[in-house]
Write a protein that binds this ligand. Sequence first.
Ligand SMILES: Cc1ncc(COP(=O)(O)O)c(C=O)c1O
Length: 448
Amino acid sequence: MTKTPICDFVRQYAAESPVRLHMPGHKGRPVLGPEPLDITEIDGADDLYLPRGIIAESERIAGSLFGADTYYSAEGSSLCLRAMLFLSMQAAEKPRNGARFCLLSGRNAHKTLLYTAALLDFDVAWLHPAADDGYQSCTVTAEGVERALANMKTPPFAVFLTSPDYVGNVTDLAAVAAVCRAHGLPLLVDNAHGAYLKFLEKSRHPLDLGAAMCCDSAHKTLPVLTGGAYLHLSSSWGKVTKNDVLSALSLFGSTSPSYLILQSLDAANPYLAALGERLAAFLPHVDALKETLTAAGYAVTGDEPMKVTVRPRARGYTGDALAALLRERDIVVEYHDPDVVVLMPTPQNTPDELCRVGRVLADIPPRSPISAAPPPYRKPMVRLSPRQALFAPRETVPAANAVGRVLADPAVSCPPAVPILSCGEIVDEAAAARFAYYGVQDLTVVKR
Ligand SMILES: Cc1ncc(COP(=O)(O)O)c(C=O)c1O
């Protein structure tokens, strides 16, 4: 039996119904419903950033399931990403001859990477996408990483990849990790979408493929409340200690982590212990849905097992139009844009639900194919560092009038929160076309 020490502690506390003269102010009296279980760091409840009791025990259990040194985040992968970048920068040698710290990263990074670059003041050298990658994707190969490293005057402090990406593409991390190892560099992976990959018949989890650290948003693919995430550290990297990780998380995290989220992470451990069998039973239904959609004339792309990325243009619909039709039929998708609709089923969905989605999509009448495609990516010009741009005086202008201006804030809505352009880069015609294509109307640019 997998233990749940945090849940047990809080349940017992709530059952005792003591007079609560501690935070939070709701005193355990229901407003939304879960307040009786919402506590703070009272005696016995441990401390997320100095865990010695129930949180330490629960994290140890999670770690043994992931085969890693595992830390909980109650503030999503966003917090873990900031901590990972800080830790790898701290562990690296200071660049010589006045050079600046630089990260080598796939272009399709979540916006948190840019915010962290600004906070910690490092530069980002990009691995650029292939011309036909959508802006959520960046095809990265081991050879590409090798080439990029050879072209850098100063070695980066780490290599950073996002895999799986928002539309279900998965990088060959083992091959990239081998290159990183040969160069003595840590591979950091944003595995926000892939917590479950550990529990496939053969693990496809980044740490098992050679990453030094990765983050998983537990809430994205596991039955965990929004905000629950893991930071995993590989024992093979050996450059940072447990105390370093805790202090990095607490550098960026709130001192009031949600105990509802911590309980949810704790409660996920028994689920993880049985997830292998659940996935083995569930994934054939996802495969069947993909086959139904392909037979109905939709393009289905990506090789992430649990994500269904539908490209409906050949069937005469934009992704946005298809998502609206699905909404009318009581089906709500994870993400849509002009090209794609992304569905994110998990074993918490029923096979019947997947069958219904397949039937509904297959019944949508085909129309003449739409041939439009996203404007191609063009390597942008860099004018300022992320920090200089993000901290500069700024103004908001219509995207159509922003050509020639320097982007100050990569703010893009979530999902997918992948910047079309990085802060510090010049808005050129190609970027403006992309902003228009994805419906971005206003940009925050550096004030002249
Ligand atoms: C690829 C990727 N990385 C990181 C994040 C941030 O994760 P969280 O919402 O858990 O903070 C997201 C969120 O959508 C994401 O898609």
